[in-house]
Ligand binder design. Structure first.
Ligand SMILES: C[S@@+](CC[C@H](N)C(=O)[O-])C[C@H]1O[C@@H](n2cnc3c(N)ncnc32)[C@H](O)[C@@H]1O
Length: 240
């Protein structure tokens, strides 16, 4: 069962408490949840965890590696009377997280950290675990390494918010490691959609990589690197 975004109570959930307002980025993350038991890794303030618990999730494990955000999360969770359904766990990534989860959310962190957290846990090699990942960096590398390790990217949701763009990656284990082509790793699933946000996301990626390439020319970087970025820019130039 999926999570309802802004339920029929018009923003009022269980106990008629006002739902924490979520950014469009976190709403996109929430929209990809499909089960009833969820882990929210790096929960910070726990607004997403609270939102999910108030919108159909039976149990949420909200984890953070730092004490300070987790204490703040606990205060927020208590405010919504959800301490019985949101279990707060102080841990690194998915260590110490019960394995009965349907959905694994890791959002708002660097792509390399997300990759490390996932690849450390063999129990995620299970087609019933739905991964919802929102990297702040290294998106291309995350796509490549997920697929090289037998995960499949099923869907990607672009978000444009406050002049920033994000991409939420929805993946699960399929057991067939695959090396992505450069084009697949650079545009992911976004090229399959003509959604205005996908187009805008890819347009900005073109701008970003063109700027990097310019810097490489100026600094006389090595030929191989320049050639790779030229190929990336050529792929993305469809959206310039
Ligand atoms: C920028 S916040 C993102 C919060 C929220 N997930 C979001 O998307 O808005 C990153 C949070 O991840 C936590 N964090 C960083 N590394 C972590 C790790 N290895 N395991 C769990 N949490 C981590 C930080 O303490 C911080 O609270």
């Amino acid at each position: 069962m999926g999570v309802l975004i802004l339920n029929s109570l018009g923003g009022m959930g269980a106990g008629l408490k006002k739902l924490p307002s979520l950014s469009d980025r976190l709403k996109a993350v929430a929209s990809l949840v499909c089960g009833q038991v969820v882990v929210d890794v790096g929960c910070d303030h726990a607004y997403l965890s609270i939102f999910l618990a108030m919108n159909g999730c039976r149990r949420v494990y909200a984890t953070d590696v730092r004490n300070k955000p987790l204490s703040r999360a606990k205060i927020n969770v208590a405010k919504y009377n959800l301490l019985d359904r949101i279990k707060l766990i102080l841990t690194d990534g998915l260590c110490d997280v019960p394995r009965d989860v349907d959905d694994v959310i890791i959002s708002g962190m660097g792509g390399k950290l997300i990759e490390r957290i996932i690849l450390k846990q063999d129990w995620l090699k299970d087609k019933d675990k739905n991964l919802i990942l929102q990297p702040q960096s290294f998106l291309t590398q995350l796509r490549e390494n997920l697929c090289l390790n037998g995960y499949e990217i099923e869907n990607e949701v672009p978000v444009v918010e406050f002049n920033k763009t994000y991409c939420v990656v929805n993946a699960r284990y399929c057991g067939q490691p695959r090396r992505l082509s450069l084009e697949e790793s650079v545009v992911g699933k976004l090229a399959e959609s003509d959604n205005a946000y996908s187009v805008e996301f890819l347009r900005r990626q073109y701008k970003k990589y063109s700027k990097i390439l310019k810097g490489l020319y100026i600094s006389n970087s090595n030929e191989e690197k320049i050639e790779k970025y030229e190929r990336v820019c050529k792929i993305l130039s469809k959206w310039k």
